[in-house]
Every structure is written in C-alpha cells, then in structure tokens.
Write a protein that binds this ligand. Structure first.
Ligand SMILES: [Zn+2]
Length: 244
C-alpha cells in the first residue's frame, strides 16, 4: 500500500472527477501497473476526501473497465488479456483515423496545428530531459488531444478509456515499453496541417498498427491476467472443496 500511496502526491479536497483524472494520469505515466490492488481507504487518505467521493470515482473507472472489482479480491487495476488488447486496438483503428480526418478537414485547423506543434515539442523535450513515465504519458496525451480537438465529449471519454487500457496492455506485452515513435506523430500532424485527410487517416492507421505490432499479441499463449489467475485459483479451490 505504501508503494502505491507514494505514486500520488498528497493532495486535499479533490473532487470525484479530479481523483479519476489523477488515477488515469498515473496509468498513462505507468505509475500504476496492471493488477495493482486499490482500496477506498487508501485513496480517501491519499486525496483527503470522503470514501463516498472515492467510491464514485472508482465506480466510474470500473464502468470503463479500468478497475476490475472482484468479490474476494477487491478492486485492482485492469490487466487486459492479449485478446482484449487486440480488441482495444481494433476499436482504436475504427475511431482514430476518423478523428484525424475530421481535423484535417476543419476550416480553423491552423489554430489546432499550433497546439499540436507545441505538444510535439513537449514530447521531444521529454525525450531528452524527463523520465520515461513522462515520455509515455505525453505520447498518450497526443492521442487524447486529437480527440479533444474533434470537439466530441463522448469521443474524449472513449479515448481516455482506450488509452488507459492500451498503456496497461503495453506494460504487459510490449517487448520494449517505449513511447509512440515520435516521427509518426509528426507525420500525422503534417498531414492534418496540409488538409490531406486521406494521408492523415493512412498515417494514423499505420501508427496504430505499429503500436499493436510492438505488443507481440499474436505470439505465444495468452497470459492470463493477475486478477483472472487469482479468480481461477479461487474457483478451482472451491470446486475441489465441493468435490471433497
Ligand atoms: Zn501515438
């Protein structure tokens, strides 16, 4: 518990939304690994809020599949299986090319480009000066920024969920747990700047393919998640007891 507590800065009187954002940020920066146990009590102490507020934040994260609640274990950070990781990337391939197509067709896209270029500069800077957690966090933020710019709140919520689950899957399966290749983000931004929506879609699609390839999702046996393993063990023990 100490280990997890130290991953959040001590903060006071946070709202449900802020707590949820902090937990998501911790996942984006790979400070909260898949399978990590989280309790209401621990979060209430860390954020100095009532357990009711914490419960609301945790319920919403559970709805989005980012926290997994199990009767005997409590709440743990999701540990996507390989099949789930493939499904997450499949949804991202359906959604994100469309996001960049919308942005490349936007009449006011020069303003968007200024913000995107600023973000790319932050990604670059982090590569030389900041921790890997910050790099990975910023590279995920690029995808969230695109969704936010498309001006659709449902899409932003969906992308937060998909990005968090992708980060967890990367920690579990990627051979090298690096941030997105920087030149690929840059190519996407250039295509948006040129208003070339076909190129923007193509670049995003190939970028997401690379993210998936790095996870080696086709190889080997699917490793059951931590939570699933414990549940299986418990179920197995129960079945054995019943037989005995
Ligand atoms: Zn990326």
């Amino acid at each position: 518990m100490e280990r997890t507590l130290s991953r959040f800065e001590k903060s006071h009187g946070r709202t449900e939304v802020e707590i949820r954002k902090r937990i998501l940020q911790a996942i984006f920066e790979q400070r909260l690994p898949p399978g990590e146990k989280i309790t209401e009590e621990q979060l209430a102490t860390t954020f100095d809020v009532s357990r009711t507020v914490v419960r609301q934040a945790m319920a919403r994260l559970a709805q989005d599949g980012i926290l997994v609640k199990s009767p005997n274990i409590g709440s743990t950070i999701a540990a996507p299986t390989k099949k789930e990781a493939r499904d997450i990337l499949a949804v991202r391939r359906m959604v994100e090319p469309d996001i960049v197509r919308i942005l490349a067709s936007a009449p006011s896209r020069q303003d968007l480009i200024v913000r995107l270029d600023q973000h790319l500069a932050r990604e670059d800077e982090a590569r030389y000066t900041k921790s890997r957690g910050t790099q990975v966090g910023l590279s995920g933020e690029f995808h969230l920024l695109l969704a936010e710019m498309a001006g659709n709140r449902i899409l932003v919520r969906l992308m937060n969920q998909l990005q968090a689950l992708t980060c967890l899957a990367i920690l579990l399966y990627a051979g090298r747990d690096e941030a997105c290749p920087p030149e690929e983000h840059s190519r996407i931004v250039r295509a948006i700047a040129e208003g070339d929506h076909a190129a923007a879609e193509k670049e995003m699609l190939s970028h997401l393919r690379h993210v998936e390839q790095d996870m080696n999702l086709e190889r080997g046996v699917d490793t059951a998640s931590f939570t699933a393993s414990i549940e299986w063990l418990r179920g197995h023990a129960t079945a054995a007891n019943e037989k005995g």
